[in-house]
Design a protein around this ligand. Structure first.
Ligand code: AP5
Length: 215
C-alpha cells in the first residue's frame, strides 16, 4: 500500500456528520492541511469581500454556492507540491468531484463517507457552537466547552452558525440528499470510497478512520 500520509482525504457526509471535527483531529495528529470550503466562504463573508457579499444569502438559505466561485477559492488555498490535504465539504456534487479529480491527478486520495441518521444530525447542529473561524467545534451535549460560550483553546466567544437554525438545517439536508448519490458512485467506481460509522463516539470514529485507511 502507498504511504497513507501522502493520500489526500476527501470527507463526504451530511451537514453535522462530523467532517469538521474529525478534520481537526486528523490534522492535529497526522499533519494534514485542512481545506474547508465552508470555512473559506464564511471567512470571505466576515471580511466583507465582494465574494462574501455574493454568497451570504445563498449560504443562509442552505443552498450551494456556485461551482465556479468555490473552485477558485479552493485553488487559491492549495499547495499540492508541499502538502497532503483533507478536503472537508468539497466536493458537494458530481461536477465538483470531477473537478477535484482533475486537480488531484497524479496524486493518491481516498474518499471517506460519514454515515449518520438524519435526526441525529439536526440534534447535533442545533447544539453546535464554534469559533468564528470555524476552527474549534463544540457541542452543548457531547463536547461542551469548559466555560459556557468560550473556546477552551483560544478564549474566543463561541457562536451558533446562522445556518444552524432548524429550518435551514432541513434545507441543507435536502440539498445534500439530492446531490450526494452520484458523488458516492463516482468514488465507489474508482475504488476509493470508504464508509465510516459517524454515529459512534468521537474517538471511535477517529479509530475507525485510521484503521480503514491504514494511517
Ligand atoms: P459547510 O461549512 O461545509 O457545512 P456542512 O457540510 O453543512 O457541514 P457542517 O460544518 O455543518 O458539519 P460537519 O460535518 O463538519 O460537522 P461537525 O464536525 O461540525 O457548508 C456550509 C455552507 O457553505 C453550505 O450550505 C453551502 O452553502 C456552502 N458551501 C460549502 N462548501 C461548498 C461547496 N463545495 N460547494 C458549494 N457550496 C458550498 O459536527 C457537528 C456537531 O456534532 C458539532 O457540535 C460536534 O461537536 C458534534 N459531533 C461531531 N462528531 C460527533 C460524534 N462522533 N459524536 C457526537 N457529537 C459529534
Amino acid at each position: 500500500m502507498v504511504d497513507s500520509i501522502k493520500k489526500h482525504l476527501i470527507l463526504l457526509g451530511a451537514p453535522g456528520s462530523g467532517k469538521g471535527t474529525q478534520s481537526a483531529i486528523l490534522c492535529d495528529k497526522n499533519g494534514y492541511g485542512h481545506i474547508s470550503t465552508g470555512n473559506l466562504l464564511r471567512s470571505e463573508i466576515a471580511k466583507g469581500s465582494e465574494l462574501g457579499l455574493k454568497v451570504k444569502s445563498v449560504m443562509d438559505s442552505g443552498n450551494l454556492v456556485s461551482d465556479d466561485l468555490v473552485v477558485e477559492l479552493l485553488k487559491a488555498n492549495l499547495d499540492l507540491a508541499t502538502s497532503s490535504y483533507i478536503f472537508d465539504g468539497y466536493p458537494r456534487n458530481l461536477e465538483q468531484a470531477k473537478t477535484l479529480d482533475g486537480i488531484l491527478s497524479g496524486t493518491d486520495s481516498v474518499a471517506l463517507y460519514f454515515e449518520l441518521d438524519t435526526e441525529l444530525l439536526v440534534d447535533r447542529l442545533t447544539k453546535r457552537r464554534v469559533t468564528k473561524d470555524g476552527k474549534y467545534i463544540y457541542n452543548l451535549d457531547t463536547n461542551p466547552p469548559k466555560v459556557d460560550g468560550v473556546c477552551d483553546v483560544t478564549g474566543q466567544e463561541l457562536i451558533h452558525r446562522d445556518d444552524d437554525k432548524e429550518e435551514v438545517i432541513r434545507s441543507r439536508m435536502e440539498v445534500f440528499e439530492s446531490t450526494i448519490s452520484p458523488v458516492l458512485d463516482f468514488y465507489r467506481s474508482a475504488g476509493k470510497l470508504v464508509a465510516v460509522n459517524a454515529s459512534a463516539a468521537l474517538d471511535d470514529v477517529y479509530k475507525e478512520i485510521i484503521e480503514k485507511i491504514n494511517l
